[in-house]
Design a protein around this ligand. Sequence first.
Ligand code: UD1
Length: 418
Amino acid sequence: MSEMLIRGGKKLRGEVQVSGSKNAVLPILAASLLTNERILIKRVPDLEDVRTMLEILSSLNIETTFENGQIEIKAHSTCKNSVPYHLIRKMRASFNILGPLSVIHNEAGVPLPGGCSIGPRPVDLHLMGLNKLGFENRIEHGVVFTQRKEKPRSVTVDLPFPSVGATEQILSAAVKLTGTTTVINNAAKEPEIGQLIDFLTQMGARIRGKDTSTLMIEGVEELHGIEFEVIPDRMEAGTYMLAGLITNSAITVNGYISEHNQALTQELLKINAPIQINDDRVTTKERQETLKGTYIRADIYPYFPTDMQPQMTTLLTLSEGRSIVNDRVFPERNSHAEELRRLGAHAYARNQNIIIKGQKELQGAPVFATDLRCAAALILAGLAAKGETVVQEVDHIFRGYDRIVEKLRGLNADVALR
Ligand code: UD1
């Protein structure tokens, strides 16, 4: 594991380009299994998670290339129907291949995804959905085995809450169940789900209800190879915007889709953050007034994203007055609070809230990243803190931030990996 050395307290300047969305491209790569034809995916971020998904495709005997931000999935005649644990363990999103594999082979075996430091993340809804689609499943020695037992003509899946992964899993199986019409009620509506729907629709799937909580899918016999471009990553865009704000700098983030980031924009305007959005770019300015504390509730889309909660917590440690951060999606996502205290912040996790008392400055110190967004929060804190911050176990960041050292240096940040 490497660490990032940050000499903080410097102003940033210049522009940064947002890369393609991690959470969009991962389910797209899983769904690409649904055709044997060639697929070309553009604006792909170079991330550990993307590389893991490519390793999974390779373990299934599917050949891919990844060059200049483009992944080509070669045409192939067949693929295997099971994946080894060491690949699935690396990230939860890899479990998304279960649906497509089950549909193309009528049976499949995929290990349960590993644990997660932001709290328990079961897959019961994924399995319930596949079961409704006609696939019996059993778990043996940590592996989920599916077997197609029925071919129902009409299926209704009522999700108890709009799980992103379960919606994607069910969608990516239902599209290729010929003769079956599926309705998903209480489906997730994240922009990344919209991307998956666009991807599948261009391949020939029949899906109605995009951007709503009810999806209707008519299974088709064949899906086809396509070329497809991934949307910019809303979490990466938001993180760089916060980097500008937390260092009180004027920077421009290119690839900020305001429609995808409305909750974040609204919260920032509420705390007096000086931002200006023009088309698909956001500019931060030096502030005329202090940032104010606030109450943030992270919840399912379109509410404030849990994946921006730790970074926002960092900003609020430097905002005047008291703030409360409440994460309804991952209530245990709070390890960053303890690490922020090493930098002198007043941030305490209590009863599923993070309580923050804002102050004027942070001081550099060694800190420890426990997961991807915690790493992002600590890097932001390090950019603002006076003196040297060393973010240990920083490698988590490479799961979700494309070329981050290069991009931060391009913004005049003093950062180095060691
Ligand atoms: C996705 C995102 C992740 C984001 C999360 C919430 C990807 C690759 N990851 O994760 O970055 O933080 O959405 O916006 O897109 N749950 C169950 N049973 C299930 C499935 C989920 O209880 O079968 C629970 C989870 O434990 C969690 C909550 O539902 O508490 C949200 O999970 P879900 O919406 O499925 O998120 P992910 O798809 O895992």
